[in-house]
Design a protein around this ligand. Sequence first.
Ligand SMILES: [Fe+2]
Ligand SMILES: [Fe+2]
Length: 199
Amino acid sequence: MTDYDPELFSALVPMFHEELLTALSAHLSDYRYQHCLRVEKQAMRIAQEIGADVTRAGIAGLLHDYAKERTDEAFRVMITAQHLDAELLNYGNAIWHGVVGRYFVEQELGIHDAAILQAIGRHTVGDPHMTTLDKIVFVADYVEPGRHFPGVEAAREALANSLDQAVAVELQQTISHLVERHVKIYPTTFATYNELGTN
Ligand SMILES: [Fe+2]
Ligand SMILES: [Fe+2]
């Protein structure tokens, strides 16, 4: 059973795990809250398997969608308040809830760990220089057991080989999916695909 390192957890999060769950559930539909619980476990499992930081993986996995159900207006206000790239205003929730959502996690939950916040920030768009923790959250979100889209098995099989292979498959499938739907693609996602999704 994969579990948190209690000392590290309390150094990173200014509340007990149960209080964190309460804070998370207060901002999410039950459907999405359950997804977050599965991503927490999935991220911890991956971290355990590859000898990465299980505690940070669990916290980042649990909180990755913390801001997903905020209004567009709340995100716009945060983009301005944090002086983020104004180009972000041309995108929407699908991008914002990670790139901008990390600031809600920091301000409202009092979590200041740079690695955790970065992994949350990068889960929607990736980054050409993703760390192992970034990749764990990115992939855990995509393959958690509640996911049933076409291609999820290919990603799970890739993960059985390596985390990097799973990242590559996820990027390939995500880019294809967005192009098929004629959706605008955030430039960082292209840069990530070029760096980590090609061979
Ligand atoms: Fe998300
Ligand atoms: Fe998610």
